[in-house]
Design a protein around this ligand. Structure first.
Ligand SMILES: CCCCCCCCCCCCCCCCCCCCCCC/C=C/C(=O)SCCNC(=O)CCNC(=O)[C@H](O)C(C)(C)COP(=O)(O)OP(=O)(O)OC[C@H]1O[C@@H](n2cnc3c(N)ncnc32)[C@H](O)[C@@H]1OP(=O)(O)O
Ligand SMILES: Cc1cc2nc3c(=O)[nH]c(=O)nc-3n(C[C@H](O)[C@H](O)[C@H](O)COP(=O)(O)OP(=O)(O)OC[C@H]3O[C@@H](n4cnc5c(N)ncnc54)[C@H](O)[C@@H]3O)c2cc1C
Length: 627
C-alpha cells in the first residue's frame, strides 16, 4: 500500500547509521536515552492528548492546559524526575503554559538578579511551586524600549517599602505569559525612584494574588489580554494585563544583585555591570535558539515524509506516479531546510556552552565576555527564529493542499512559533544590537585591541576601517544595511559552528559524510540566496557562483536517498509530531480520511442552521418575501 511501502523502502536505502545520527542530534547517548524514554511516557499518557486542541473553545482549551500542567507536575513528583527529565517532559507535552514562564523566566531572574539572601528566601518556594511566578516587563506602550518603561517603584523611607504604581494607561503591564489567570507573583520591572530622582529600570518581586483564594491583592487589577493568532496554538497561555494602584512591597523585594537601596534610601552599586538587569533575556534567547532547531526539524520531518508518500504526475513504467520528493524543485526547497535544522541544532549547542561560560565568568567577576554573549544570543535568536518561521510556512506549501489542514500539524505549529520572532526582543531590534556591537568592534581596530571570539575575522579585513568611517556619519541612516551586515555576521557563526562540529570525532557508518553534505548545503544555499551581495562585493566571481550552484544540485542528489533517515534521526514520536502527513508509518490517506470524520461539523449529517438559513434559500422563501 502507498505510504507504508514508500517509507519502508526509503529507510532501506539509507547510507548511514541512523541510530548514531540520533545520538549526534540529541547531543549525547545519555540525552537520547532520556528524551526517548520521556517522549514515550508522554505519548502513552491519555491526559497529554492534543488532537482536539484546535477545536476547543478558549475556556475549555485553557482549562485543559491547567489539567495537563497539574498532571505533569504530579508525574514529575511521583516519578522523582530530575530537572533534565522534567524539561524533556515539558518539551514533549508541547503546550505553551504558565509553567514556561515560572521555570524559564521567574526562577532564572531570581537566580541571576537576586542576592544570596533573596535566593534563599524565594527559590525554595518557587522550586516547590508554593508560589507561581511570571516575568512582567513589557507594557502597553513599551516593549522593545525597556528604558522607556513607565511603571514606578518609589521608595518610602517612612515605612521601608517601595510603592509600585502604574501612572498611565500605557504603563499597564501587557503580554506577560502566565500573568493573566495563574501567577501568584511576578518579577515586575519598573523605574526606581528615590527622593524624586529616577534611577532607571530595576526588577521587583511583587505578590499579585492571594495564596488562599487566588483573588488579586488590593490595588491590583489583572486579566487576560485576549485571543491570539490561530486556533489552539498560543491560546493555551494566559498572556496578561496588570495595573498597580500604589501597591506597597517591602524594600527587600527589589532584586539587589546589581544595585541595592539601603534602609536610609541610598543607592549603592555593586561591582556587576548594570546590564545584568537584562540578564534573563540573554538566558532565554539562548534557549530560543535551541528550540528553533526543534520547531524547524519537526516541520521538515512532516514535509519530508509526506513528500516521499505523495505522488504526482510522471507515470513510471510500473504505472505508479513520481514521488514529489524526486522533483528537483521540491528538493531545492526542502533540503536547505533540512540542513538548516541540523545547522541550528549545532549552533544552539555552542550557544549553550557560550552561555554557561559567560555565567561562570560572571561568578568570578569577569565581565569581559558579556557584550559578545549579548550580541551572539540576540543575533542568533533573530536569525534562527526568522528562518524557522519562514521554514515552517515553506513546509506547509511543500505539503500542498493537505498541509493547510489542521490535521497536518503545520498550521498550529506555525501559529505557535511565529511570535518567537517578536518575543524576547523583536528580531530587527535585536539585529540592530548586533550591528552596534560590530561597529564598536570595528572602531577599536587599529587601537591595538585585537578582536576576539566571533569577531576575530575582522582583524583580517582591511576595508573595515573605511566602513567604520562611513557608519560614523549616521548609524540610523544606514540601519537597513547594518541589519544585513548583522545577519551576515550571524550566518558566519552558524556555518563556522557547523564546520567545528565536523571536526569532532563522529562515530557511525556514513554519519560524518551526511553531516558534511548538509553543512555544504547550508553554506552554499546561503551563498545562493545572497548571490547578489557576494558578486557585487567581489567576494566571488560569476564562474564561482555557477560552480557553487552546480555543487548544490549535486549535493541534493547525494542527500535524496538519505532524506527519510535524516528526519528519522530526530527521533520524534507521532504524538509529538501530531501530524497525519508526518506519520512514521506513512499511512497518510486512510488516516486523513478518518480524521475528517472527527470534525464536529460531521457530528450530524444535516448541519445546525439548515432550517433557519439553508432551507429558506432553497425553497426561495427569502426571495419571495422580498418580491
Ligand atoms: C502544560 C504543560 C506543562 C508542563 C509542565 C512541566 C513543568 C516542568 C518544568 C519544566 C521546565 C521548563 C523550562 C521551560 C523553558 C522555557 C523557556 C522560556 C520560554 C520562552 C517564552 C517566551 C515568553 C516571552 C517573554 C518576553 O518577551 S520577556 C520581554 C522581552 N523583552 C525584550 O526582549 C525587550 C527587547 N529590548 C531590549 O532588550 C533592550 O531594551 C535593548 C537591547 C533593545 C535596548 O536597550 P537600551 O535601551 O538599554 O539601549 P542600548 O542599546 O543603549 O544598550 C545599552 C547597553 O546595554 C547592552 N545590552 C543591551 N541588552 C543587553 C543584554 N541583554 N545583555 C547584556 N548587555 C546588553 C548594549 O549592548 C549596550 O552596551 P554598550 O553601552 O556597551 O554598547
Ligand atoms: C506571545 C508573546 C509572549 C510574550 N511574553 C512576554 C512575557 O512573558 N513578558 C514580557 O514582559 N513580555 C512578553 N512579550 C512582549 C514582547 O517581549 C514584546 O512584544 C517584544 O519585546 C516586542 O516589543 P513591542 O511589542 O514593543 O514591539 P515594538 O517595539 O513596538 O515593535 C513594532 C515595530 O517597530 C520596530 N522597531 C521598534 N524599535 C525600533 C528601532 N529602534 N529601530 C527600528 N525599528 C524598530 C520593530 O522592528 C517592529 O517592526 C510577549 C510577546 C508575545 C507576542
Amino acid at each position: 500500500m502507498a505510504g507504508f511501502d514508500d517509507l519502508a523502502s526509503e529507510r532501506s536505502k539509507a547510507q548511514f547509521d541512523v541510530e548514531e545520527m540520533k545520538v549526534i542530534w540529541a547531543g549525547s547517548r545519555h540525552t537520547l536515552e532520556v528524551s526517548d524514554r520521556i517522549s514515550r511516557l508522554v505519548a502513552n499518557d491519555p491526559v497529554f492528548r492534543k488532537d482536539t486542541r484546535t477545536m476547543l473553545s478558549r475556556k475549555d482549551l485553557f482549562k485543559n492546559t491547567l489539567r495537563k500542567a497539574a498532571h505533569a507536575w504530579k508525574r514529575i513528583i511521583e516519578l522523582r524526575l530530575s530537572e533534565e527529565e522534567a524539561a524533556e517532559l515539558r518539551f514533549y507535552v508541547d503546550e505553551p503554559a504558565f509553567m514556561d514562564l515560572h521555570w524559564g523566566m521567574f526562577i532564572p531572574t531570581i537566580k541571576g538578579q537576586g542576592t544570596e539572601e533573596q535566593q534563599q528566601k524565594w527559590l525554595p518556594l518557587a522550586y516547590k511551586m508554593k508560589i507561581i511566578g511570571c516575568y512582567a516587563q513589557t507594557e502597553l506602550g513599551h516593549g522593545s524600549n525597556v528604558q522607556g518603561l513607565e511603571t514606578t517603584a518609589t521608595f518610602d523611607p517612612q515605612t521601608d517599602e517601595f510603592i509600585i504604581h502604574s501612572p498611565t494607561l500605557t504603563s499597564s503591564k501587557w503580554w506577560p505569559g502566565g500573568l493573566g489567570k495563574v501567577s501568584t507573583h511576578a518579577v515586575v520591572y519598573g523605574r526606581l525612584i528615590i527622593d524624586s530622582k529616577d534611577y532607571g529600570v530595576n526588577g521587583f518581586i511583587v505578590q499579585l494574588r492571594s495564596l488562599d483564594d487566588h483573588l488579586p491583592l488590593p490595588g491590583i487589577t489583572i486579566g487576560d489580554i485576549g485571543m491570539k493568532f490561530g486556533s489552539g496554538a498560543y491560546n493555551t497561555m494566559d498572556n496578561g494585563v496588570l495595573r498597580f494602584d500604589h501597591v506597597r512591597i517591602p524594600r527587600d523585594q527589589m532584586l539587589m544583585r546589581v544595585s541595592q537601596v539601603t534602609r536610609e534610601g541610598k543607592l549603592v552599586q555593586s561591582n556587576v555591570p548594570w546590564q545584568l538587569v537584562y540578564g534573563t533575556m540573554v538566558y532565554v534567547r539562548q534557549k530560543i535558539v535551541s528550540d528553533a532547531s526543534c520547531a524547524l526539524s519537526r516541520a521538515v520531518c512532516i514535509a519530508t515524509r509526506y513528500s516521499a508518500v505523495r505522488r504526482q504526475f510522471g507515470l513510471q513504467s510500473n504505472g505508479i506516479e513520481t514521488q514529489v520528493i524526486d522533483y528537483k524543485t521540491q528538493q531545492s526547497r526542502l533540503f536547505p531546510l533540512l540542513a538548516s535544522a541540523y545547522a541550528f541544532r549545532f549552533v544552539g549547542e555552542w550557544l549553550k556552552w557560550l552561555y554557561m561560560d559567560v555565567n561562570q565568568r560572571l561568578q568570578a567577576s569577569d565581565f569581559s565576555t558579556l557584550p559578545e554573549a549579548h550580541a551572539c544570543t540576540a543575533g542568533l535568536k533573530s536569525l534562527t527564529t526568522s528562518a524557522t518561521a519562514d521554514g515552517i510556512e515553506e513546509c506547509r506549501k511543500l505539503c500542498g493542499g493537505h498541509g493547510y489542514l489542521c490535521s497536518s500539524g503545520l498550521p498550529e505549529l506555525f501559529a505557535v512559533y511565529i511570535p518567537a520572532c517578536t518575543y524576547e526582543g523583536d528580531n530587527i531590534v535585536l539585529l540592530l544590537q548586533v550591528a552596534r556591537f560590530l561597529i564598536k568592534t570595528v572602531s577599536q581596530l587599529g587601537s591595538g585591541k585585537e578582536p576576539v571570539g566571533t569577531t576575530v575575522y575582522m582583524g583580517r579585513v582591511e576595508q573595515l576601517m573605511q566602513c567604520h568611517c562611513a557608519v560614523q556619519k549616521g548609524f540610523l541612516e544606514l540601519s537597513a544595511d547594518l541589519v544585513q551586515a548583522a545577519v551576515a555576521h550571524c550566518q558566519l557563526i552558524v556555518v563556522s559552528k557547523f564546520i567545528e562540529k565536523l571536526q569532532q570525532d563522529i562515530p557511525g557508518k556514513g554519519v560524518k559524510g551526511q553531516l558534511e553534505a548538509l553543512c555544504n548545503i547550508y553554506a552554499l544555499f546561503i551563498l545562493h540566496k545572497h548571490l547578489g551581495d557576494f558578486l557585487s562585493t567581489g567576494c566571488i566571481t560569476p564562474k564561482q557562483a555557477s560552480l557553487a550552484n552546480a555543487q548544490l544540485r549535486s549535493l541534493y542528489s547525494q542527500v535524496r536517498p538519505n532524506a527519510i533517515a535524516l528526519v528519522d534521526a530526530f527521533n520524534y514520536t507521532d504524538h509529538y509530531l501530531s501530524s497525519v502527513l508526518g506519520r512514521y508509518d506513512g499511512n497518510v490517506y486512510p488516516k486523513l480520511y478518518e480524521e475528517a470524520w472527527k470534525d464536529p461539523l460531521n457530528d450530524s449529517v444535516v448541519p445546525d442552521g439548515y432550517q433557519e438559513y439553508i432551507q429558506p434559500i432553497l425553497k426561495q422563501q427569502l426571495r419571495n418575501a422580498r418580491l
